[in-house]
Design a protein around this ligand. Structure first.
Ligand code: NAD
Ligand code: WQD
Length: 332
């Protein structure tokens, strides 16, 4: 019998890729998503890709009654992967309450349901944003939480603490910068908000939807003056969830892992590679620094490699080819 895994936010960007990898690895994912920041396109894409119908429930994870009913009707769930959250840093600064309510609220509801069901296994979508402005690079899991740069970042710090203090077995995965899409072009980021992350903007400029990319400053202490990040292919990130789940089901405990490549790339490295692998020009100008931007951050990936045996397998080139493919297929 396949083990059933509840995937909250499973119709979203990272969740949809993870649902695919879970199924291909022999698990039975069940999606709960209220579709507040994605599209049915991803559900159709998952089902077409896997040639099956993945169970889907349109439920708001902050609704305790609905979530309790869901769990009462699914007594055989083995673990929960909790992606459901809002993710726009800019919007969280404009409307912090919305972020506290949804991101912290959904995690609190889930923890209550797990306790009630005596269900113990939880994997949580955290973020490198919990490290704030790091003192030392690369950052490892022992690096301290610094002041969060946004209410969004605060919600990730708060949820990690709630989970740590709860009795459940858990893995918090601190993603660095997820980019790209599934090779098939069938699933991807369907967020309803305007793109604010680098790679989707680069793809929109190349497509002609935006006139140009504004590079946020080129006077940082880096090889070309632009900020450094650790960009990870979303399919590699999805596989990290499967490895984390395998481990958690075999070995009870509380774990935290960085999920990155360990490789720091600048904004202009990304633009140049995107141009090269897709044979395109990306119109850009250098603008001022973005307030609160972190100069450089990249991951120390030794813990996840040593414990879970996971490391990124796909290249930045692969990721940027798939990002361009998704830009084209989502416009059809
Ligand atoms: P996404 O917006 O594409 O996916 C989130 C999904 O959750 C969406 O499908 C949305 O409809 C759903 N959702 C939101 N609130 C819900 C609720 N109350 N009830 C039910 N469904 C709800 O975002 P993503 O990029 O796939 O991010 C997934 C998780 O990873 C989030 O927790 C995010 O904070 C975290 N994360 C994302 C990034 C990134 O750069 N994309 C980086 C680090 C961490
Ligand atoms: C990357 C680099 C920008 C847009 C955010 C969240 C973080 C995590 C990942 C969720 C930076 C530069 C960008 C543009 C630019 N998400 N840039 N022009 O800021 O590393 O992280 O997403 O947890 O919490 O904060 O990602 O893609 O916005 O920026 O020059 O138009 O690209 O300044 O140096 P960031 P990003």
């Amino acid at each position: 019998m396949k083990k059933k895994i509840l995937v909250t936010g499973g119709a979203g960007y990272i969740g949809s890729h993870t649902v695919v990898e879970l199924f291909l690895s022999g698990y039975q994912p069940i999606i709960v998503d209220n579709m507040c920041n994605t599209s049915e396109r991803n559900i159709i894409g998952i089902n077409n890709l896997l040639k099956t119908t993945i169970p889907f429930h349109n439920i708001d994870c902050t609704d305790l009654d609905q979530m309790n009913i869901f769990f009462e009707n699914h007594k055989d769930i083995h673990a929960v992967i909790h992606f459901a959250a809002y993710k726009s840093v800019g919007e969280s600064i404009e409307n912090p309450e919305k972020y506290y309510k949804n991101n912290i609220g959904s995690t609190e509801v889930l923890l209550k349901c797990l306790e009630k069901q005596k269900l113990k296994n939880l994997i949580f979508s955290s973020s490198c944003t919990v490290y704030g402005m790091p003192d030392k690079l690369p950052v490892n899991e022992g690096s301290p939480f610094k002041r969060a740069e946004s209410p969004y970042g605060e919600t990730k710090q708060k949820c990690e603490v709630l989970i740590k203090d709860n009795a459940c077995n858990s893995v918090s995965l601190r993603y660095f910068n997820p980019i790209g899409s599934h090779d098939s072009g069938l699933i991807g980021d369907c967020s309803s908000d305007n793109a604010s992350n680098l790679v989707p903007i680069v793809a929109e400029v190349a497509f002609g939807i935006r006139e140009r990319l504004i590079v946020n400053g080129n006077d940082y202490d880096t090889h070309d003056g632009t900020c450094i990040r650790d960009y990870i292919h979303v399919q590699d990130l999805a596989l990290a969830h499967v490895r984390a789940l395998d481990y958690l089901l075999a070995k009870e405990g509380k774990y935290i892992f960085n999920v990155g490549t360990g490789n720091g790339l600048s904004v202009l490295d990304i633009v140049n590679t995107f141009e090269q692998v897709n044979n395109l020009k990306v119109n850009y100008v250098i603008g001022p620094r973005r307030e609160g931007d972190i100069e450089k951050i990249y991951s120390d990936g030794s813990l996840i490699k040593n414990i879970l045996g996971w490391e990124a397998m796909r290249s930045t080139k692969d990721a940027l080819i798939s990002a361009w493919k998704w830009q084209n297929s989502k416009m059809l």
